[in-house]
Design a protein around this ligand. Structure first.
Ligand SMILES: [Fe+2]
Length: 238
């Protein structure tokens, strides 16, 4: 068996070994709304990617942005600003289709750092984040920091809001600690999520990648609202 699972205290399933051909990964995600993809990338690859991005954002003052979902300034750069990130999102699509069991179109992605003591307020995402991946690239001090995801779907009142809440209140949730190279796949619009434990590292670096169901109600969000329905505008010389 390629994948073993253990139930958390609140019932979400954790994939200890991830293989996209294993149907258990897909069924767990469909049943719970969130799953840990342990070792999606090697630590070597994510460290190299973090270095690659870090060298560039450190030379771009506009990459240092005011607090949004966290508490402090952070480095943030989107795929729209930097095609290397967009290409990473597009290239990952078949693997995430295999894990979700859903035909997907990519929407947008971004790189973000957090500082020591940061939390991420508990929130539900906008429609472009129907299927989301939080990928940990690197920690300054190599201390795993968990993404928390609610155990139940959002109520109508909890639908997408920009700022979010400090914690889950009385709502039950599960935490997914990640090492570099690990990722959490979750339904960002349907399940509230955040980081309620302060970041124990001096800094951490993450990629956030998003897709929508190719045949679903949010298809218009594909390619950041630029869905070309398979039409190629550019006329190559010929
Ligand atoms: Fe989110």
């Amino acid at each position: 068996m390629l994948l073993s699972e253990t139930g958390g205290t609140t019932g979400l399933m954790v994939a200890e070994l991830w293989n996209p051909r294993c149907m258990n990964t897909t069924s767990s995600y469909q049943n719970t709304g969130a799953i840990l993809l342990e070792g999606l990338y090697s630590a070597e690859l994510t460290a190299a990617f973090a270095n690659f991005i870090g060298q560039r954002v450190s030379r771009a003052p506009s990459a240092l942005v005011p607090p949004s979902i966290g508490n402090k300034v952070c480095y943030e750069v989107s795929g729209a600003q930097w095609p290397a990130l967009m290409t990473f999102l597009w290239g990952l699509t078949p693997k995430i289709e295999a894990a979700t069991g859903v035909e997907l179109l990519p929407t947008y992605c971004y790189f973000r750092t957090y500082q020591q003591g940061d939390i991420c307020r508990v929130h539900a995402d906008r429609p472009a984040c129907e299927h989301s991946l939080s990928l940990t690239l690197a920690y300054a001090d190599n201390i795993p920091w968990a993404l928390a995801v609610a155990d139940s779907r959002v109520s109508e009142a909890q639908r997408y809001t920009m700022r979010g809440d400090e914690d889950f209140g009385s709502e039950k949730y599960s935490e997914f600690p990640m090492a570099p190279g690990d990722a959490v796949l979750y339904r960002g619009t349907e399940y509230r999520h955040g980081r309620v434990t302060p970041n124990p590292n001096r800094w951490s670096a993450h990629l956030f990648l998003h897709w929508v169901d190719r045949n679903g109600p949010y298809r218009d969000q594909a390619f950041d609202g630029q869905d070309m329905n398979g039409h190629v505008d550019y006329q190559f010389p010929g």
